[in-house]
Design a protein around this ligand. Sequence first.
Ligand SMILES: *Cc1c(COP(=O)(O)O)cnc(C)c1O
Length: 399
Amino acid sequence: MSRASLPKSRDLSDATRLIHEGEARSGFGEMSEPIYVTSGYAYETMEAAEARFDGRDPGYIYSRFSNPTVTTFERRMMALEGAEAARATASGMAAVTAAMLCQIKAGDHVVSAKALFGSCRYVVEDLLPRFGVPSTLVDGADLDQWRSAVRPETRVFFLESPTNPTLEVYDIEAIAKIAHEAGALLVVDNVFATPVLQKPLKFGADVVVYSATKHIDGQGRTLGGVVLGSEKFVMDHLHTFMRQTGPSMSPFNAWVLAKGLETLSLRVERMQASAAKVADFLASHPKVKKLTYCGRDDHPQAALVKKQMTGGGTLATFDIGGAKPEAFRFGNALEIVKISNNLGDAKSILTHPATTTHQRLAPDARAELGITDATLRLSVGLEDVDDLIEDIDTALKAV
Ligand SMILES: *Cc1c(COP(=O)(O)O)cnc(C)c1O
């Protein structure tokens, strides 16, 4: 096997890196990346096995630790993110959990924005405290709350931006600065922005996590996740945690996701262009209230969006008529847009967070996040945008 590398001398764009980075051909010279479906690796000699295990020979040992196809996916993600190191995981939640647990111990403290994907909030709010790691949840947009939540034992700051589902945007650079002054690391869940539109490491974040299940696959096929950061973070914390606890990605899923990355920037650009048009249509419709889209000038943090994102993204959030019956009637009248809880897919998806992704939260906790029984989240896919707008327009007439 030989692993190709792109010219280091040139400043290549994401689109180019996503297609060629991490290519690993077997002796047959195949064009499409091979899938190394294997749990283990054979050694020529007993001495070779010994050298692999004691680190003199850096080759593969066991697919819970690493696998050539998984390496291809990790290399492509590292190039896209501008990260020194990465570890792929079985799901996005495995990535979030590993990124947190690998670096904390009982007695440490975590500060997190309260607007989180439901399962992320469970990890921070319920799971970590059970193991002696209390957490403080703050309004992520309020820098003073981040500052005053800091304790001497604070080790990790955690946030998502834009948030799910309300599409609030947090100042990554300012929050990273507060984290570093406190001696903590900032972990950013960058799923909603995608690695194409926002690079948290450039703004001072220390660790970036993804659910690759979303835009990176983008066709609803596999689960996957990835944690990216410095070589030091990975070697000091993540590497051993991953090897010994085993939330590893399967080679088949790594292959699907590495191929997904080849078209990621193309898909995100197209979905974003359609999302902008759909958002403008929704904003101008008399039955639609509280339309939020990160790419519009009326987004409450439009200046911050321009600073840290290169586009408005692929999601929009809105209310119809202010109540659940209208939201359900609208969803049930859609014919092209699917009702589901995934996002970033080629197929457009409508989600009612209060009864699905955020059902676990008490109504007052949802209200605090700005999620009402009327809130709808739309993930704009790759269908023709005029067909989508017609579908939405027709469904709005049914309300
Ligand atoms: C989906 C999602 C996750 C969890 O990812 P899975 O692949 O479903 O485990 C975490 N964070 C955000 C923001 C997500 O959208």
